[in-house]
Ligand binder design. Structure first.
Ligand code: ADP
Length: 497
């Protein structure tokens, strides 16, 4: 592939040079020829329209040997006329027959054919007409005597040999230039191909590496031209691909963990139900009291299972996106008070003090009241569960920036910093034993986050181990219509069904 493109470049360059040089040569040669013939005619015109020369020519007619005199005059003007006895010559023709009487030409060059200019001069007028296609240039001037009789014709002829020689040397010069141009073009084309192809080859290698799962190869972006932009885009694409793959792997791990968790969470209560039930069947003479306590364990465990299954079903509905929300405008202040009332007994049984602070005029919000209350109850229940007896739970609230916030602060055991980001993961519990003991499933906060996110809000946790935890729920006063429908995105993995 490399060679193919490289040679295409070379070919294009060569063609370019060839076309360019051809065009330049055509113009150059034409220009030179035109210049040369223009120079000839204007030179002749200047010399022959000079009164002095023409006067001398006509005066020669009165000499004894007019032809010799004319020749003498012409010889005197040899320099100005450019007569060189080789490519340019003068002829003195007989005024009636047009036959050559005298010429500066030697040998073959002396032979003369009658040209249109000679014919014109024989009729009595100056002939400076040019013919571009002819292989000569000429002018003819009649030397007129008394009574307008044409005695002689002075004829100057240039055989264009000079311009032909010039053209030839120009052509050979151009050929040489083309040769040099070819060499330069090939070198340039190769350099160009190399600079263009190097990054492309790099990209091919990187793409191959990526196809093989190796994302470590990054292209160096050396320029800010199109190739540089391409390399940059390629790098971006590679990083994005890598991120996506990592995300897929991560969610695959999460999915496996989740399936393992579900099985484990369901097996634990099942195992105890089974062992208690077995003990009961194997010991029909058991004391009534023990029997009742065993049956209680069985009931408790099946309640736990029911709770887990219910929570899982709820999450699964969120994942599938078919949870119906009943949006309405309601008083969040009233909800906070209702939540407090709902947990009052539970808190009292642990000796906790709950305080509620609601500012005057806390705006009503639009949302699914029952679900938001469910979230708040869940968070307050956590505060009750994870705070040693006799603690304090403060529920405060406020608004601003189009949002309402509710913060639940406790004086509980706190959460280690490294666990905070995972709190919302399904089945994630900081202390499994404690959570299970208090009837937790590890799904409460996952469900809470789903509900709040679908309102366009968020949940934030700050905590100091041994001092307490603050969970803050922020909800928009007017959620955007779409928020209720949209999926929570990649934070959680789909529930296996
Ligand atoms: P659970 O059903 O176990 O309470 P959640 O999803 O509600 O599950 O909470 C997840 C974990 O977060 C809990 O197991 C607990 O370890 C921790 N957690 C939640 N709230 C608090 C809190 N107020 N204080 C200390 N730990 C908490």
């Amino acid at each position: 592939m490399k060679n193919k493109l490289q040679w295409k470049f070379v070919l294009i360059m060569l063609l370019l040079i060839l076309i360019l040089m051809t065009v330049v040569s055509v113009f150059l040669i034409q220009g030179v020829q035109r210049f040369y013939s223009n120079a000839f005619f204007s030179q002749m015109e200047t010399v022959f329209t000079d009164k002095l020369l023409y006067g001398e020519l006509t005066a020669a007619l009165y000499e004894e040997d007019p032809v010799a005199k004319i020749q003498e005059v012409l010889d005197a003007y040899q320099g100005r006329l450019g007569i060189n006895t080789d490519t340019r010559n003068y002829y003195i023709l007989d005024g009636t027959a047009g036959s050559v009487l005298v010429t500066s030409a030697v040998g073959e060059a002396g032979q003369l054919a009658i040209t249109p200019n000679i014919l014109q001069a024989l009729t009595g007028s100056f002939a400076f007409g040019g013919n571009a296609t002819a292989d000569y240039m000429d002018i003819a001037v009649p030397v007129t005597g008394e009574g307008d009789s044409i005695e002689y014709v002075v004829y100057i002829r240039d055989n264009r040999q000079t311009v032909r020689d010039l053209t030839l040397s120009l052509v050979s010069l151009i050929m040489e230039a083309v040769g040099v141009g070819f060499v330069i073009a090939v070198a340039l084309a190769l350099i160009l191909a190399k600079t263009l192809l190097q990054p492309i080859l790099g990209m091919t290698k990187a793409a191959e590496a990526i196809a093989g799962g190796d994302f470590s190869k990054k292209l160096s972006v050396e320029s800010d031209d199109e190739i540089g932009i391409l390399a940059h885009t390629f790098n971006n694409m590679a990083s994005q691909l890598q991120a996506t793959l990592e995300e897929i792997r991560r969610s695959e791990t999460l999915r496996r963990e989740f399936v393992a968790n579900v099985s484990h969470e369901l097996r634990t209560p099942l195992t105890s139900i089974r062992s208690y039930a077995e003990t009961l069947t194997e010991n029909p003479d058991m004391e009534k009291e023990t029997e009742v306590s065993f049956l209680h364990v069985i009931l408790n465990e099946s309640d736990r299972m029911t709770k887990i299954v219910q929570d899982l079903l709820e999450l699964s509905r969120f994942d599938a996106g078919n949870v119906q929300f009943n949006f309405e405008r309601f008083s969040i202040s009233k909800s906070i008070e209702d939540v407090r009332d709902a947990v009052r007994l539970e808190a009292a049984s642990r000796g906790h003090t709950i305080s509620v602070t609601i500012p005057e005029g806390l705006p009503h919000i639009v949302g699914d009241r029952a679900r938001i209350e469910q979230v708040l109850i869940n968070i307050v229940s956590n505060a009750i569960k994870y705070t040693p007896d006799g603690g304090y739970i403060d529920i405060t609230s406020g608004s601003g920036d189009g949002h309402v916030w509710v913060a639940i602060q406790d004086t509980g055991i706190g959460i280690p910093e490294e666990d905070i980001p995972r709190l919302f993961d399904r089945f994630y519990r900081v202390d499994k034993a404690r959570s299970r003991e208090s009837g937790g499933t590890g799904l409460g906060l996952s469900i809470a986050l789903e509900i709040i996110q679908r309102h366009g809000g968020d949940v934030d946790v700050t905590s100091v181990v041994g001092e307490g935890t603050t969970v803050t729920v922020r909800l928009p006063i007017e959620p955007k219509a779409a928020d209720g429908e949209k999926s929570a995105g990649g934070r959680h993995h789909a529930l296996e069904e």
